[in-house]
Every structure is written in C-alpha cells, then in structure tokens.
Design a binder for this molecule. Structure first.
Ligand code: BES
Ligand code: ZN
Length: 620
C-alpha cells in the first residue's frame, strides 16, 4: 500500500513540476493577501466547509481523524494544497470515490509540509484520513496529576497562529474561512468541547457532535476534553471548568453577561450566539484565546477580586476584532490585537469605570515603552505592519501589536472625537464582517471614510508613520492616571531612598501595586525588598501579574524569601507571558542559570509546546 502511494506520488510530482511555475503568476494579483505562512493557493482551489471526525485516545496520545473538506475549485485546477505539520496522512478520497493521488512537500520547521492533492475541475469533496503524532504542536495532553482534580487526564488544543495544521490538515491561513461540523469520540465520562455550539453535560456514549455555523479561519479551530462541568452565568454566558475550579471561576467572571451587553452597545450585535469561557489547567500557555463561542482561559486570571477579568473583556472583544474582521496574514496581526486592546479597554471603562481603564492603559503604555527599548527603537519589529515571513509568526506576539496598535487607535479616536470614532469602528466591523483584511485594506478604508472628508486629519494622525515606521511616533498620547501620578511623584521626591511609608497608604489596588512594580528604581537593597514585601504582600499575592512582576525583581536582587514561591510558580504555571521574563531574568547570572535549569527539569513537562519551545531557546 505504501509502495503504491509512493509510486503515485512520484508520478504526480512529475506532472506537477510544470504547474508549479504557473502558480506564482496566478498568485500575483493577490500579492497583498498572499500569506507567507501557508502553502495553500486559495485563488486556485479553496476550502468552504469541514466535516471533521476525531477519536481521542489518551493512552497513545494520538488523535485519529477524518477531515472531509468541501472545496471550490476556483481555477478549475488539477490540485489543491493544504497545510500539514506533524501529521501522518493515511489516505485521501475525492467525492467519496477512489483513492486520490497526493504528495507531501519538503518539511519546514514552522510551516510543516504542503499536502498537494490531485483533483478534477469538478471535485467537490476531499476526504483526508490522518493521525496526529506525539509531538503535534497544538496539542497538550495532561496526565491526571497535571489537572486540578488529579483524577482524569485532559487534552486541549492551541491553534493560533499556525498550529491548526498540526491536528487538522487544513488551509491554515487567516484569510481562508469555512464552517465546520465535527463528531468527536472520547473516553466515556469525559466532556468534549469545541469552538462551536457546545453540550453542557457529559454524554454517557462519549460521542459529541458540534456545529460552528459562522465561517471561521483555521486558527480558531479548538478542542478540549476533560473532567469538565458547566455553570451558567446568564442566558447567553457561562463558565466551563474542572469541578474543583468551577465555583470560583463563575464568581470571578460573573460580569460576563454585562460585558457582552456593553460590547454590543459599543460596536454592534454579538453574532456568535453564546459567549462561554472554558478555564483550563494552569499549563495553558496564554492568558486567553478567543476560540469562537468558547474562549479558553488560564486559571491565573482568577485572582479572587476580579482584578484580572479584563482578559475576559479582551477575548470577548475578539468576537468582533479578529473573529469577525480578521487579519489576512500574521503580518497584519496588529489589526486583531490593537483593535481588541482598544475595545477591551472600552468594555472595562463601561463596566468598571474610567479610572480603572486609565490605569490599565497606563500600565500598557509602560509595557510598550519597555518593549520598544528592548527591541531597539529602530527595530523592524517595532513597526505595526510586521514582516514575519520566514520566521515563526509567534515572534510577532509582542506589545507592539497590542499596545502600539492601541496607541495608534487612541490617536485616531482623539483626533476625530469619540462619537465619530465609535461610529467609524461600528461601520468598520459591519462592512468587514466575516472578512479577512490586510493593513493596506485598513488604510484604504480610513482614507475613504475619514481622510477624504477631512483632509487635515492626515497630518494629525500620521497613519503611515504609525503603520510602517519603527518606534513611537511623536504624536502619541501619554495616558495619565491620577493615582499613578501620586506614585510617580512620591518615587521622584526621594530618589535614593524608597519612601515606603509614604507609598503604603496610597497604594491598595492590584493596578497600583503593578504600576509601582513597573516604576521601581533599578537599585534596591535587601532591606527595600523586605519592606516592599511586608507593605504590599507581594510574594504571597493571589494576583499572577503581581507575582510575575515581583518575582522578576526578586530574581534580579537575589531576594531569598521569594525563592520557593518562584520555583512553584514556574512549575505550576505555563503561561508564556510570565515564563519568558522570569527565565530571561534567571539566565542573566551563572547561579541563576543553574537554578533555572534545575527548575526547568521539573517544569518543562507541564508546559505546552508553544511555551517550552521558547524557553528551550532561552536556556540553550
Ligand atoms: N489571541 C491571543 C493569543 C495568541 C496570540 C495566541 C497569538 C497565539 C498567537 C489572545 O487574544 C491574547 O491576546 N491573549 C493575551 C491576553 C490579553 C489580555 C493581552 C494573553 O494571553 O496574555
Ligand atoms: Zn488578543
């Protein structure tokens, strides 16, 4: 059987070599939209719908799948190209007929292999039988010890940016959308959930059916399986979590319904029916992931006082910016994240007030300044329009997309006024719903809808400088929070000595503590550290953002009382945003490096591939 496939593919490869040369030209009319991170050639043949069947086997840690793609052979071509990585392709059938010829291309470390399938001009369906591998990058298989309940294993996926292809052969470009239905078989007693309409109870048969009625790009495909229960918040929101986490998660996220309503009154109707959140085990590598109808979230945002629920507002905002109006390539990532950061803060402002939103904005701005300093103000990677061709698009997940994107939209908002800006954003989502757009499409839209009506605006906003130049343009608006100004002035009065007794009565909220931690002077002695810890209860904080910021100082200043807390944080938490700064701080000294390696030995098995591949690099 294998031999036959090999012969067919050699034959097929020979027929293809001519065709390959024409592909490039066929693509040139789509240059703006062509995606450097996908092998697919959508202008030739594109997917429209997916019927997915999956069997989940925890003992072998393998998914067995059949992906039936409904396709449109746009160019009446003789082949369709899919993205795959770390997949074993078993057979391909066209329109439920006979075996089709297929070949797998050269393996690229990030992009994986193109799967080219021979089709006919009239081909409507392509069915691919496959298996994932142990190392399939989107999947994290947790043993019972790595869950809250310690009884049941757990599986979850993380597809963004280009990992969907490691568990489903697909056209893995954010410019290509499809609807999907899925049937998933899991061990009896476990609940399966997807980025789709979901069950609320486990089903004794272990077979689950899903439907995602809206067209989505592949990076929004998601699956989770575990000992999971559901608790409703209101008629269209609710929380899924392991039983041990469910009650406190539902309490922390009790404002979800209000958030959806606030978001709708800002920028138009919520088009995804339900908004539920799944709280994952702590190894989840992100704060949140905007999987449609089912946001995935880290348990590290459950601080007990709602101080980190802006992450939920953020993922909800993606239901418009990202899931409705999508970046066409990962070079346009700021369109997803900059808009979402702006929208997130508007939701926070509507529910928790202006001061809260201002503080978050100011903390974001300090992070942006630090990132520009770290990357260098002339770095190409400080441009909003990114260039990640030939690299892992994950390298674009920095404060540039989020906070420089935010800062640019803030300039636009202030230049035309909030009312006009809100009308603009509403119309932007309305006219681009279920579309993927590039930065250039956005520029065109701004020109057509704002600049032609007000020619002076162009000079005020300096759009091309924001999008295409490095660093921070001079017309940025520095956010100011009254509460933070107090902290600044206290810190600047007594430069040499930390005025802890003066700071203490002024600082109570998590935001203020975080701001203080971002503004501390470089030189702190052990006494300062002890007094800071005593005054603000930092080592034992319940707030993971505070823990991360404080532990970074603790490592830098060799503050021993925090050592065991740091170690257990690194072992238990897999959120990449926290791991990177902590390990980076650790590797600055020889002793630190040695300690980091010791911790990493225990911690690495708890991390998802997107986290450990970054940390492997740091500790090399
Ligand atoms: N979509 C992102 C997460 C992401 C981006 C995963 C790129 C993989 C590649 C998500 O919406 C996000 O931005 N999460 C943030 C939270 C946020 C409040 C800034 C995170 O995980 O920290
Ligand atoms: Zn986001």
């Amino acid at each position: 059987m294998k031999k036959l496939a090999l012969c067919l593919s050699i034959l097929f490869a020979a027929c293809q070599s001519n065709k390959d040369q024409t592909k490039k030209t066929a693509q040139t009319d789509l240059t703006d939209k062509s995606d450097p991170h996908s092998y697919a050639i959508p202008s030739d043949a594109i997917v429209r719908h997916l019927d997915l069947e999956l069997a989940v086997d925890f003992s072998s840690q393998i998914l067995t799948g059949k992906a039936v793609w409904e396709i449109e052979n746009v160019n009446a071509t003789d082949s369709i190209v899919f993205d795959t990585r770390q997949l074993q392709i078993e057979k391909v059938i066209l329109d439920a007929q006979k075996d089709a010829q297929f070949k797998l291309g050269k393996n690229d470390p990030y992009l994986g292999q193109a799967l080219t399938i021979k089709i006919q001009p009239g081909t409507k369906k392509v069915a691919i039988w496959y298996k994932t591998m142990k190392e399939s990058g989107a999947l994290q298989w947790l043993n019972p010890q790595q869950t809250a309940g310690k009884k049941s294993p757990f599986l979850f996926t993380q597809s963004q940016a280009i990992l969907a292809r490691t568990w489903v052969p697909c056209q893995d470009s954010p410019a290509i959308r499809f609807n999907y239905n899925a049937s998933v078989t899991v061990p009896k007693g476990m609940l399966a959930l997807m980025s789709a309409e979901n069950p609320t109870k486990s089903n004794p048969s272990g077979i689950y059916h899903f439907r995602q009625p809206n067209p989505i790009p592949a990076y929004l495909l998601a699956l989770a399986v575990g000992d999971i229960e559901f608790k409703s918040i209101d008629s269209r929101t609710g929380v899924y979590a392991e039983p041990a986490t469910l009650t406190k998660a539902a309490k922390e996220f009790s404002d979800m319904g209000k958030m959806v309503t606030a978001a709708e009154s800002l920028y138009g109707p919520y088009l995804w029916n339900r908004f539920d959140v799944l709280v994952l085990p702590p190894s989840f590598p992100f704060g949140g992931m905007e999987n449609p109808m089912l946001t995935f979230a880290t348990p590290t945002i459950i601080a007990g006082d709602k101080s980190l629920v802006s992450v939920i507002a953020h993922e909800l905002a993606h239901s418009w910016s990202g899931n409705l109006t999508t970046n066409a390539t990962w070079n346009d990532f700021w369109l997803n994240e900059g808009f979402t950061t702006y929208f997130e803060r508007r939701i926070v402002e509507a529910i928790y007030g202006r001061e809260e939103a201002m503080m978050q904005e100011a903390i974001g701005f300090s992070a942006l300044q630090a990132t520009i300093k770290e990357l260098g103000p002339k770095s190409e990677d400080t441009k909003l329009k990114g260039n990640f061709a030939g690299r892992d698009p994950d390298e674009g997940v920095t404060d540039i997309a989020y906070e420089k994107g935010y800062a640019f939209l803030k300039v636009l908002e202030q230049s035309i006024g909030r009312t006009a800006f809100d009308a603009f954003v509403t119309e932007y989502f309305q006219s681009h719903k279920f579309k993927s757009i590039t930065t250039e499409d956005f520029v065109f839209y701004v020109q057509k809808n704002l600049l032609v009506k007000d020619p002076k605006l162009s000079n005020k906003i300096k759009m091309s400088e924001w999008l295409y130049e490095s660093g921070l343009p001079a017309n940025f608006i520095k956010p100011s929070s009254e509460k933070f100004k107090n902290i600044d002035s206290l810190l600047s009065v007594s430069k040499n000595k930390l005025p802890i007794s003066l700071l203490k009565p002024k600082i109570s909220s998590a935001n203020e503590k975080l701001y203080l931690l971002s503004a501390l002077p470089d030189s702190l002695d052990n006494k300062d550290m002890i007094r800071l810890d005593e005054a603000f209860q930092l080592t034992n904080s319940n707030n993971a953002e505070i823990q991360c910021a404080w532990y970074t100082h603790a490592i830098r200043h060799n503050y021993k009382p925090a050592k065991s807390a740091i170690e257990s944080f690194l072992i238990n938490v897999g959120r990449r945003k926290f791991l990177i700064p902590l390990y980076k701080e650790l590797v600055k000294t020889e002793d630190g490096k040695e300690w980091a390696r010791k911790i990493y030995n225990k911690a690495r098995p708890n991390y998802h591939a997107v986290a450990y591949s970054t940390i492997d690099e740091l500790l090399k």
